[in-house]
Design a protein around this ligand. Structure first.
Ligand code: NAD
Length: 708
């Protein structure tokens, strides 16, 4: 795992090569091997200096999460993270110069190895990433990162790397003082040797181990950093709402650890890490953001017997908001795209959308103009269905109207290749019905993208009753090609994400209609960790949209339609008040053109406040449990798997990752507790809180959706 070599000049080279894993990672075996190599070099009197290098394209990609996933208590946490921290401290105080030769990406524990060395030389390659991204998975750098980085570059400069997981390329790392030299890749070893032989001996002591060490930018209790901690601490809580323990733990490591000597600081870091590694929030984040998303991205559930489709050319019908985004992301992924609309002008307008986005990147120096031109050249605008010949996939994104969609579908089928797949990007219309317009419904699938397409990472692949498994497999291949995370969802009205997410705005409007203070509703949504308070969110995507969906459901279901508790709020807002959302400056909020939104004071007259108000916890429970309950219904009905339900909730609508997802929340509070709460809510507020039998059974058996 670690190749060990010495030369005639007394330089030992320790080369990371974890052959049994796809990348160099820190796990029990590799850190033990590294420790042995480090001790050998330190103990060998013939060794004057040490180079730490990698035989892989990356330097070291970080810690192996399999190790962290299994941690059950503080002892196991110390056993997992303690040894490598000790090895790195041994490097630092060995009295021998160590230099890290960074040939590729060094993240997390990988960068921490470098930070412990006495010099860092990195290859001049902008694709290399350097950073400490642990926080994004609810963890902290537990091999000295929280202690060394602030001592190297100052507390203020270190915090964005630690608290936000900022990653930088070599040039920026050099400017920030994280590395010492950037050199052409071919000269890495040569530079390292030259430094070791010329300067190494004098440089083998870290500044914080030398007498008179002065903290760059001031020590924690000096005025500058003190102010900083006040500000950052408050700002952090407003972002995390106390749901995410990692940033708080990191801040504690920096604040406490930087007031003491580094050895004590490293102990503080170990303890804070143990707190995280055993916390439910962190386990939830790792399960969904790393393992579940990883499986979805790898297409773990893809039917294996279907040959992988290598996409080269696709078509998008309708160049409106969604079609334009779809054409753009597909062209970006290297595909040729036929973009068809009713007029060439409309199609060109859709193409211009991507052009504008890329122009902005070119202006910022983030995109090569030649690359922009090449991407645009792959988008072929047309009004002619004959252009669909040779396309492997045709996605329609025309108006949400059954007749328009049916017409477009028929015309497309007549022009399409016999083995091409047809997909609809409908957001509400069941796929089975739309497939009636296609003579081979087994090749018809739903591809439900979210807006804006270029930003939203989720793709719901909708399996209609007659969609074949081969078509599902090919739809998944497309998701992978354009780098979206797919979840597979069986056909039903609104599919999965919108159906479960919809409960959040619906419950908010229901409470408003009952006389719950709107400020209380909004604050409860925020405190629950949702990306936006619910009424503000409705204004954003428009009150009118929900109103129209209600009207459509009424029209579709006729006599059978059951009045929903939020319907009268929608009718009042749209029909009586014309407050249809932010696009007209008026919804549940006033949206002045030049200022911040504020709740419309008139709400109190239209929806008078009830004499007795619920607590914020009661409001939060209703907002959050309504979503989880709908997700549980979807799982019970076989619409979606528990894994995909959680991935979909995080990526589709920003459900808090600390809860692991809409189903993760049920596991987090415990199914029995959740069911009890829903039974109470059903008695108080109505049948929409009734628990599906499958969940009641799960709770009675003491089971979970995801293994503990
Ligand atoms: P849009 O109104 O912005 O664009 C529709 C486009 O289709 C227009 O350019 C129009 O000219 C074109 N069009 C209409 N009839 C056509 C025909 N017969 N032939 C060719 N082109 C035709 O709509 P949108 O918001 O992009 O939505 C498109 C589809 O995507 C709808 O089914 C919608 O439900 C779905 N969707 C929308 C969102 C969203 O947030 N807007 C999200 C997911 C899915």
């Amino acid at each position: 795992m670690i190749d060990y070599k010495t030369d005639a000049d007394g330089i030992a080279t320790l080369t990371w090569n974890v052959a049994d894993r796809p990348m160099n990672v820190l796990n029990a075996a590799s850190t033990a091997a590294f420790d042995a190599a480090v001790r050998r070099a330190i103990g060998d009197p013939g060794v004057k200096g040490v180079i730490v290098a990698s035989a892989r394209p990356e330097f070291v990609a970080g810690g192996d999460l399999d190790l962290i996933r299994g941690i059950r208590n503080a002892q196991e946490s110390f056993a997992a993270s303690g040894p490598v921290s000790a090895t790195l401290r041994a490097i630092e105080v060995s009295g021998k110069p160590f230099v890290a030769v960074i040939n590729g990406t060094a993240l997390g524990g990988g960068l921490e190895i470098c930070l412990a060395c006495h010099r860092r030389i990195v290859a001049d390659d902008p694709r290399i990433q350097l950073g400490l991204p642990e926080v994004t998975l609810g963890l902290l750098p537990a091999a000295g990162g929280t202690q060394r980085l602030p001592r190297m570059i100052g507390i203020k400069n270190a915090l964005p790397y630690l608290l936000e997981g900022r990653k930088v390329a070599p040039a920026a790392a050099l400017a920030a003082g994280i590395v010492d030299e950037v050199v052409p890749a071919g000269q890495l070893l040569e530079r390292a040797r030259a430094w070791l032989l010329a300067d190494g001996a004098q440089a083998a002591v870290k500044p914080w181990d030398a007498k008179g060490f002065k903290f760059p930018g001031g020590a924690p209790q000096t005025p500058g950093p003190t102010q900083l901690f006040f500000g950052v601490g408050g700002g952090l809580l407003s972002k995390t709402q106390g749901l995410y323990p990692a940033p708080e733990a990191i801040l504690a490591c920096v604040y406490d650890g930087c007031q003491v000597d580094i050895d004590t600081g490293l102990k503080i870091e170990q303890r804070q890490f143990a707190r995280l590694a055993t916390s439910t929030a962190t386990k939830n984040m790792i399960r969904t953001l790393f393992y579940a998303m990883g499986e979805a991205n790898r297409l773990a559930d893809r039917p294996k017997d279907v040959p992988v489709r290598r996409y080269e050319r696709i078509a998008v019908l309708g160049a409106g908001m969604m079609g334009a985004g779809l054409a753009y992301v597909s062209a970006q992924a290297g595909l040729d795209v036929v973009l068809l609309d009713v007029s060439l002008e409309a199609a060109e307008k859709g193409k211009a959308y991507g052009a504008k986005l890329m122009d902005a990147q070119v202006a910022k120096g983030r995109l090569d103009p030649a690359k922009r031109d090449a991407t645009l050249a792959r988008v072929h605008t047309t009004t002619d269905y004959a252009q669909l010949a040779g396309c492997q996939l045709v996605i329609e994104a025309v108006f949400e109207d059954r007749a328009v969609k049916a017409e477009v579908t028929r015309r497309a089928e007549a022009a399409m290749d016999a083995d091409a797949v047809f997909a609809s990007n409908t957001s509400t219309l069941p796929i089975a019905g739309l497939a009636d317009a296609f003579s081979q419904p087994e090749r018809f699938v739903g591809l439900h993208f979210f807006s804006p397409v270029e930003k939203m990472p989720l793709l719901e692949v909708i399996r209609g009753a007659r969609t074949s498994e081969a078509t599902i497999a090919q739809a998944l291949d497309f998701a992978k090609k354009i780098r979206k995370t797919p979840i597979v969802v069986n056909d039903c009205p609104s599919f999965y994400a919108n159906r479960a997410f919809g409960m959040y705005p619906y419950e908010a409007m229901t409470m408003l209609g009952e006389g719950v203070n709107p400020a209380l509703i909004e604050n409860a949504g925020r405190l629950a960790g949702m990306p936006m308070p619910p009424l503000a969110l409705i204004d954003e995507f428009s009150v009118e949209l929900l109103y129209k969906a209600m009207k459509q459901a009424r029209a579709d279901q006729g006599e059978g339609y059951r009045e929903q508790p939020q319907d009268h709020v929608l009718v009042t807002m749209v029909e009586k008040l014309g407050r249809i959302g932010r696009k007209v400056g008026q919804g549940f909020y006033d949206h002045p053109a030049d200022g911040a939104r504020r709740l419309w004071p008139g709400l109190a007259e239209v929806f008078p406040l009830a004499a007795e108000q619920p607590t914020v916890d009661e409001v939060r429970e209703r907002l959050m449990y309504a979503q989880s309950l709908e997700a549980a219904r979807c799982v019970a009905e076989g619409i979606v798997s528990p894994r995909d339900a959680d991935v979909g909730s995080l990526l589709g609508w920003g459900f808090p990752s600390a809860l692991g997802g809409a189903l993760g929340q049920i596991d987090t509070v415990g199914a029995a507790t959740f069911v009890e709460a829903c039974d109470r809510l059903a008695r108080l507020h109505g049948e929409r809180f009734e628990v599906p039998e499958a969940l009641r059974h799960l709770a009675a058996e003491g089971q979970r959706y995801h293994p503990a």
